[in-house]
Write a protein that binds this ligand. Sequence first.
Ligand code: ZN
Length: 120
Amino acid sequence: MKATPKILESIYCLICQLPPVNKWKMPNTAMIDFKVADKVFHDGEECYATYTFNGETDLHEILISREMNPNFTILLSSMLHEIIHMRRLNKSEDWHLHDAVFKKYAKEICENYGLERIGF
Ligand SMILES: [Zn+2]
């Protein structure tokens, strides 16, 4: 499956309907810019996806790498990973960190989805 903005939006909506994210107050899709690029970089290193928030427009952005997400399973984990960053921003936490709090949320997701890890 080739990732497209429409597919990202559909996966986001699905994730928001399922536990544990259905109990997290996630932003409406109108507040999110779903984007796809052949390659995605963070701090000069190629990565699966990035999440950013524009404080001026109040718009969230999820950018997914087409090359690094060649199938649905990887795409789903990348989306779940970026959704954790988004939740952390909404809770005014240090949203960009992969610290103990991030790992706690990741564990909750992995337990619900039967996944071993999401994104790292
Ligand atoms: Zn991350």
